[in-house]
Design a protein around this ligand. Structure first.
Ligand code: SF4
Ligand code: SF4
Length: 280
C-alpha cells in the first residue's frame, strides 16, 4: 500500500455528546485552542514539505466554533488533503459549507453513529443527503463502536446501513490500554460483525503489529489541541514517542521507520495509510 503522509489533529477537546462508552475521559474532553494558536497551527501545516492528509477530530470538531470559522477556511488554502472524524451532529447547512470550503481536497469523512444520541433512520437519511454532495473519490464511512450491552442489536444496524448503500465500519470497544473483554455471547456477535480476520479497511479490531516496521513518527503523527505531537496514539498513551510541540518550533519528525513496540494499534489510520510494513 502506498504511504500517504498523515497527521491526526485533535483540533479541540470539547464535545456536544457524552457517550457512556467514550474512550476520552470527561477531564480531557474539554478546551480548544485560542485564535492565535490556530494561526500557529495553520502556519505549521503551511510549512510542511509535500502534501499531507490532515485528519481532524476532537472531541467533536464541529462543536468548536473556531473549526468552521478558522480551521477549515485556513486549511482550504493549503495544498494538504483534509479528512474528518465527526459525530455528524452538525446541521446539514454547516456540513454543506464544510464540503464547499474543502472542495476536492476532501479525502475521508468518518461519521460516527452514536445510538445513545441519534435514531438510525434519521442518521442514515442525513448521511445520504450529505454523501450526495461528495465527489466519488471522497470516502464516506459510518463508524460504529460495538458498545458492550448493545452488540446483539448491531447486526440489524449494519444490515440497514449497508442496505442504504453506505459503508459500515465496526470498531471494537477499546479501554485505556487494550480491547474491552466482551463476554462469550457478545464476543461471538462481535466476530460476526467484524469478520474473523478483517483487514484494517473492513473493521477496527485494534490488532497488534508488534515487531513490524512502522513509519509512525516519520510519515504519520498525532497532534493534540495544545500542539503536542506524538508518534502515534499508543505511544502517546504510554507517554512515549514525543516529537515536540508544533506551536513552539520544537517539533521534529523521526528519521525513518522503527519496529512497533506495542500490543495494540487502536486506530486503523496508520494501517490504512500504508505506515505498517508487511500488512495488507
Ligand atoms: S461523540 Fe465521540 S468524543 Fe463525543 S462523547 Fe461520544 S465518543 Fe466521545
Ligand atoms: S503499528 Fe500502530 S501502535 Fe505500533 S508504532 Fe505503528 S501506529 Fe503505533
Amino acid at each position: 500500500m502506498p504511504r500517504q503522509p498523515t497527521i491526526e489533529w485533535q483540533t479541540n477537546g470539547i464535545c456536544n455528546y457524552d457517550c457512556s462508552y467514550c474512550i476520552q475521559s470527561r477531564q480531557y474532553r474539554q478546551g480548544h485552542p485560542s485564535d492565535a494558536d490556530l494561526e500557529r497551527f495553520l502556519g505549521f501545516f503551511a510549512g510542511l514539505p509535500g502534501v499531507w492528509e490532515i485528519k481532524l477530530s476532537g472531541g467533536e470538531p464541529f462543536a468548536f466554533r473556531g473549526f468552521m470559522e478558522r480551521v477549515i477556511p485556513g486549511l482550504a488554502k493549503l495544498p494538504h488533503r483534509v479528512s474528518v472524524l465527526t459525530n455528524f451532529s452538525a446541521p446539514l447547512g454547516v456540513l454543506r459549507r464544510f464540503v464547499d470550503l474543502v472542495g476536492d481536497k476532501l479525502e475521508v469523512v468518518s461519521a460516527s453513529l452514536h445510538l445513545e444520541y441519534v435514531e438510525l433512520e434519521a442518521f442514515l437519511e442525513k448521511a445520504l443527503v450529505f454523501r450526495s454532495w461528495l465527489r466519488p473519490e471522497t470516502a464516506f464511512v459510518v463508524n460504529n463502536v460495538l458498545a458492550p450491552g448493545t452488540v446483539a442489536d448491531l447486526a440489524a444496524v449494519k444490515a440497514r446501513t449497508e442496505a442504504a448503500g453506505l459503508k459500515y465500519f465496526p470498531q471494537v470497544m477499546k479501554t485505556k490500554r487494550g480491547v474491552y473483554a466482551y463476554d462469550a455471547t457478545e464476543a461471538a456477535l462481535v466476530k460476526a460483525l467484524t469478520g474473523e480476520r478483517p483487514t484494517a479497511r473492513e473493521a477496527n479490531v485494534a490488532p497488534s503489529y508488534k515487531g513490524r516496521r512502522c513509519w509512525a513518527g516519520a510519515a504519520y503523527f498525532v497532534v493534540d489541541q495544545f500542539g503536542q505531537a506524538f508518534r502515534c496514539r499508543t505511544a502517546k498513551r504510554y507517554g512515549e514517542g514525543y516529537l515536540g510541540n508544533v506551536l513552539d518550533g520544537s517539533f521534529r519528525l523521526a528519521a525513518g521507520p522503527e519496529a512497533c513496540r506495542y500490543d495494540i494499534c487502536p486506530c486503523a489510520v496508520p494501517a490504512n495509510r500504508g505506515m505498517i510494513e508487511g500488512i495488507q
